[in-house]
Design a protein around this ligand. Structure first.
Ligand SMILES: [Zn+2]
Length: 368
């Protein structure tokens, strides 16, 4: 986690004496170099202010004293601008007081504005202590969400590689295990007389996944029941659902026990959106076959397809919805998947109620 933040912060470019502060500021991810420089230069100004009475004198139109570092008082007395011993007004002191007040007023104004903005926008205008606490809670949760999003894109702690044994073990972590229901997309996306399921796949994957994605989409396009459109969008490690499309994404979900997952949103018994997630914890450094199988598998679930077999150790059936301990011959959709898709999206079901009340259902496969 820390390493991620470090990676994304602006690294110090010089050996600055304030580098320890710099590290903390950057570690939080809220500062870049600018504030540190501002702090330094502010400090410089501060020192300059109180040391360079010569510059002040010039600015006020007073004869500049000749600065004598060995005997400062004598040089000041020589200019005649200070008469502190006789009780009269010291113009320098008066001026410093004025400037101190101006600085205090300025600081107070800035703090007031910051306080007001926090109250209005950060806390959503709380009117009592409970609402204030609620506001802070919301800010905390928003910060947590942001952190989670950053962390999903942090690949520093992923596995170095993935063996066939671990890959097959992870099949048991598939949340779709044992759920062999076939579920269709909603009718807005289905035209059984014109190509079946018409679906857009939003490619929210980073560059490392483009080959696997393009390959899997081309393989699924072999089905006459699928009309797929792809659209490359911004990389989204958060894998947000988008209505009416299938989002495909990659992120480091950690040691979850699954290499990939598909989440279909179902309303009134049909799919309305879908997300296929590749878990980089296992797949970032995995072989191409493991990655390609997972991509084919999760996209397949996104069409509403179930597994074809859930024992990874028996012979491969030759399709990517068959669990396997060796994906090399299970990389593609198989005929069994294609037949299922035709049944789901290219058939017309007719229901007829007979006079005696019997319901007769006829299924017709539409061929163009
Ligand atoms: Zn599965």
């Amino acid at each position: 986690m820390t390493a991620y933040i470090g990676k994304n912060s602006v690294a110090p470019t010089d050996a600055s004496p304030s580098s320890s502060f710099d590290g903390i500021a950057n570690g939080g991810g809220f500062y870049d170099h600018t504030p540190r420089r501002a702090v330094d230069s502010d400090f410089d100004v501060y020192v300059h202010d109180y040391d360079s009475s010569a510059a002040e004198g010039t600015a006020r139109g007073v004869t500049p004293p000749v600065f004598d570092s060995k005997n400062r008082n004598s040089s000041q007395t020589a200019t005649g601008t200070r008469r502190t011993n006789d009780g009269s007004v010291d113009p320098d002191k008066f001026d410093r007081n004025t400037r101190c007040m101006a600085k205090a007023l300025f600081t107070f104004t800035i703090l007031s504005i910051a306080g007001f903005l926090t109250w209005k926008y950060g806390l959503d205008e709380p009117r009592n202590w409970e609402e204030t606490q609620e506001g802070f809670q919301n800010i905390w949760e928003a910060a947590g969400d942001q952190w989670k999003k950053w962390d999903l894109g942090n690949f520093t702690d992923v596995l170095d590689g993935l063996s066939d044994d671990l890959f097959s073990d992870l099949m048991g972590g598939d949340p779709m295990l044992g759920d062999n229901t076939t579920i269709n997309w909603d009718n807005d996306h289905v035209d059984s007389e014109n190509g079946g399921l018409h679906l857009t796949l939003q490619n929210a994957l980073d560059d490392t996944w483009q080959t696997e994605f393009e390959t899997a989409v081309a393989d699924w396009r072999e089905s006459d029941a699928l009309q797929l459109t792809t659209e490359r969008v911004a990389v989204d490690h958060n894998c947000n659902q988008v209505d009416g499309v299938m989002v495909v994404c990659n992120a480091n979900f950690g040691a979850t026990g699954w290499v990939g997952i598909n989440e279909n949103s179902i309303m009134r018994g049909v799919i309305v959106s879908s997300v296929a997630k590749m878990n980089e914890y296992y797949l970032r450094n995995a072989d191409f076959d493991h990655r390609r199988f997972t991509m084919c598998h999760e996209i397949g679930h996104g069409f509403g397809l179930p597994h074809t077999d859930e024992n990874p150790h028996n012979a491969n059936l030759g399709n990517c919805l068959d669990y396997t301990d060796n994906p090399s011959t299970n990389l593609l959709p198989g005929e069994v998947n294609m037949a299922k898709l035709r049944d789901m999206y290219l058939t017309r079901r007719l229901r007829k109620v007979e006079e005696d009340g019997t319901v007769v259902e006829t299924t017709q496969l539409i061929r163009r």
